[in-house]
Design a protein around this ligand. Structure first.
Ligand SMILES: [Zn+2]
Length: 230
């Protein structure tokens, strides 16, 4: 980068790009009826594991209040115990995924045991009114070829994460917000239903994403990446 070398022509080009970008933003923001005020330049996948729990209602309120949608990777045992909370997740605009029944280390289990963990969760979520999940997150992100093939037999795509908020590891609210700020288009972040610091981070996560034009997306079972909810 030389100093003083900027030609008038380069300046005109730069201005043209700016004007074009501004016009594109206005055009994209224009369509009627859309709730978000700003155009989305990309989508990110917010995920919350281990629910539903006694914290789920507060989490759903915070997400809804801040215009966020997320994927809830539920444990089957809790979906079976709290079916109304699964329905509340769906009613709040969330997507529901499978996070095993009892949260074991799946890679240490036999194939029939893995199958039981996954199939009972599919059943519990569907019975509760959460639909039949298409996304599966193995506990601890621990997986292998057997886990993946059992999941696939149940029509599930395995989803790990691109960014780990570390909320399970005692991350502060500031640190969780900073993790979310690292997300780029298509990426997925790991958070937890039970984390008080994550709950407290929700408004600032919403602000951070909005300031970068990133909107909450659904996770595509085809690509494992966040996409427009459509
Ligand atoms: Zn978990």
């Amino acid at each position: 980068m030389g100093t003083g070398s900027r030609s008038p022509r380069a300046l005109v080009t730069a201005l043209t790009v700016l004007v074009t970008a501004a016009a594109a933003t206005l055009t994209a923001a224009a369509p009627a009826g859309a709730a978000p005020a700003a155009a989305c330049t990309g989508y990110v996948g917010l995920t919350f594991d281990d629910g539903p729990s006694g914290n789920t209602t507060r989490l759903l309120d915070a997400l809804r209040h801040n215009g966020l949608r997320a994927t809830m990777f539920n444990q089957g045992q809790y979906a079976a115990a709290h079916p109304s909370l699964v329905r509340a997740q769906v009613a709040a605009g969330m997507w529901v995924g499978n996070h095993s029944y009892t949260h074991p280390h799946l890679t240490r289990l036999s194939q029939p045991q893995i199958d039981s963990e996954i199939s009972r969760t599919q059943q519990a979520i569907a019975t509760a009114g959460g639909g039949t999940p298409k996304l599966f997150r193995p506990p601890y992100g621990e997986t292998n070829a057997t886990v993946r093939s059992v999941a696939a037999r149940h029509g599930l795509t395995e989803i790990i994460w691109h960014v780990d908020s570390q909320d399970w590891n005692g991350a502060s609210t500031d640190a969780i917000v900073q993790s979310a700020a690292r997300l780029t288009n298509g990426q997925v972040i790991l958070m937890h239903d039970w984390s008080a610091n994550t709950l407290a981070a929700i408004p600032r996560i919403a602000q951070t994403l909005a300031s970068r034009g990133l909107c909450p997306g659904t996770i595509s079972p085809q690509t494992g990446r966040a996409v427009s909810p459509g």
